[in-house]
Design a protein around this ligand. Structure first.
Ligand SMILES: Nc1ncnc2c1ncn2[C@@H]1O[C@H](COP(=O)(O)OP(=O)(O)OP(=O)(O)O)[C@@H](O)[C@H]1O
Ligand SMILES: [Mg+2]
Length: 456
């Protein structure tokens, strides 16, 4: 509806302000155009009788709150409602009464979490941002003795969770992961299909759910595969590094963990990827602090909760040291499927090298295919190291000659002598675990890989 007709409606309303049918038309038009000014004018003309039922009132309140028309929110909303408390908090803050404002804001958010407003909360001295805190403090009241610790704890809440769940990166799929066909096939069969076709699995009474643990030598694409899996599932991807979750304050880590799972549930379909699982799921007898045992149980509780109610949320984990992960993590419904991500094969290495060499000044004859043949056992990270060492040589050459001298195959061959594969060390350790502690055949894939590649 163009503006003129809304103006016409308002003119008509000015002539007969207590015409309910006309009032209804005006409100609907204002809501449809999200025109808070016009709604305000209409309210001035007809008073709150203008708003018919509760639905219309709520919609009008949302519009007014969004446009920060707090005076009119107070006219419309019942005095004890969340909207009124919120509007009063904002007005009080504008008047400089921060403490009072903060209290009202907490109450408002405790009543209606949807009102949570991180920027307002940080204006309120950055003390209360999260809904969980608001509710807790609403219930307990702020005890004087506690004020100090909550100050220290609370100022990073919402930011923290947002940071822990990093901003979604551009979506990638399996075509962005070079080689690793075996692993991709496994992931497609065991993760992606059940995720995309849950009812089919239900019909066959095939249990889906439970998390997947990817393990393998460092730098070989676990994180990349997890991201690609999210892309293939067309799901949101949350990358959580466990060490980020760990917090020195007692109880904080558990709370962050819970918030992460909650966020994922709310934004399903989602894939939550826990990197460095061993940091949290490290064998409990090795953990130094009593609190980390509690964190493990919290993590397991959350995972178990997901086994029952995992609609649209997939849990992936990754570790370089699977033998350090508590066996409790592998029980059914938890990380009950474990996949080995081997060092990249030749095709994968070639794909990685092509990515790494893209957009760099290259001399003729630089051949990713040949380099891939020469770098058996190199991880993705090793290949990056190789290319960067080569680039350093090229830069040195350029400085010596006084002009740009592109990266040549000779630079790369020289770099090959200076770098080495780091996966061998990992495979040696893994072989020992596979030989002497292969409970339930959990490392069969590693043994198979070693057999195929003749690495004794
Ligand atoms: N198969 C692959 N295809 C394309 N790129 C790859 C592949 N494997 C690894 N890479 C590249 O190598 C780098 C390291 O990969 P990634 O971070 O996924 O390893 P990781 O297994 O998670 O290592 P870590 O155990 O150290 O966390 C990344 O830049 C990634 O793009
Ligand atoms: Mg990683």
């Amino acid at each position: 509806m163009p503006d003129t007709s809304l103006d016409d409606l308002l003119t008509a309303l000015a002539a007969s302000p207590s015409n309910p049918a006309l009032g209804m038309l005006v409100v609907n038009a204002c809501l449809a155009e999200a025109d808070a000014d016009a709604l305000g004018r209409a309210l001035d003309l007809s008073g709150i009788a203008l708003l018919g039922d509760a639905t219309q009132r709520d919609a009008a309140l949302r519009l007014l709150l969004e446009h920060r028309d707090d005076e009119r929110v107070l006219q419309v909303a019942p005095p004890d409602s969340a909207a009124a408390l919120f509007a009063r908090a904002r007005l009080l803050l504008a008047e400089g009464d921060r403490d009072e404002a903060r209290g009202l804001y907490q109450q408002a958010v405790a009543l209606n979490p949807a009102l949570e407003d991180a920027s307002l909360a940080s204006e309120l001295a950055g003390k209360v941002i999260s809904f969980a805190n608001a509710r807790r403090q609403h219930a307990e009241g702020l005890r004087a003795g506690n004020a100090q610790t909550s100050l220290a704890n609370d100022d990073t809440d919402a930011d923290d969770v947002a940071r822990l769940l990093r901003a979604p990166e551009p979506r990638i799929g399996f075509e962005d992961v070079g080689g690793l066909d075996q692993v991709k096939h496994q992931i497609r069969r065991r993760i992606i299909t059940p995720f995309l076709k849950p009812s089919l699995f239900e019909r066959f009474k095939r249990r889906s759910g439970g998390g997947i643990l990817l393990y393998g030598p460092p730098g070989c694409g676990k994180t990349l595969l997890a991201r690609a899996t999210a892309g293939e599932c067309r799901a949101r991807f949350y990358n959580v590094t466990i060490t980020d979750v760990l917090d020195m304050y007692i109880g904080e880590s558990e709370r962050k963990l819970h918030a992460i799972f909650e966020t994922a549930r709310r934004t399903a379909p989602a894939v939550v990827f826990f990197d460095e699982v061993e940091a949290i799921g490290g064998k409990r007898q090795f953990s130094r602090e009593a609190t980390s045992a509690k964190l493990v149980s919290q993590f397991l509780t959350e995972l178990d909760g997901f086994a029952q109610n995992n609609h649209g949320v997939l849990i992936l984990g990754a570790t370089n040291v699977p033998w350090a992960v508590d066996a409790a993590f592998r029980r059914p419904g938890r990380f009950d499927r474990v996949l080995f991500v081997p060092p990249p094969d030749e095709a994968a290495r070639r794909a990685i090298l092509e990515l790494l060499l893209r957009d760099r000044p290259l001399a003729d004859g630089v051949d990713a295919g040949e380099l891939a043949r020469l770098t058996s056992g190199y991880s993705g990270a090793d290949l990056r190291n190789l290319v960067e060492t080569g680039i350093d040589e090229a830069i040195e050459d350029s400085i010596e000659r006084g002009r740009e001298s592109p990266l040549t195959m000779n630079h790369l061959r020289a770099a090959l002598k200076d770098t080495r594969s780091t996966t061998l060390e990992w495979l040696t350790t893994a072989r020992n675990h596979a030989r002497y502690a292969n409970q339930g055949g959990q490392y069969d894939e590693v043994l198979e890989f070693l057999k195929q590649h003749g690495a004794g």
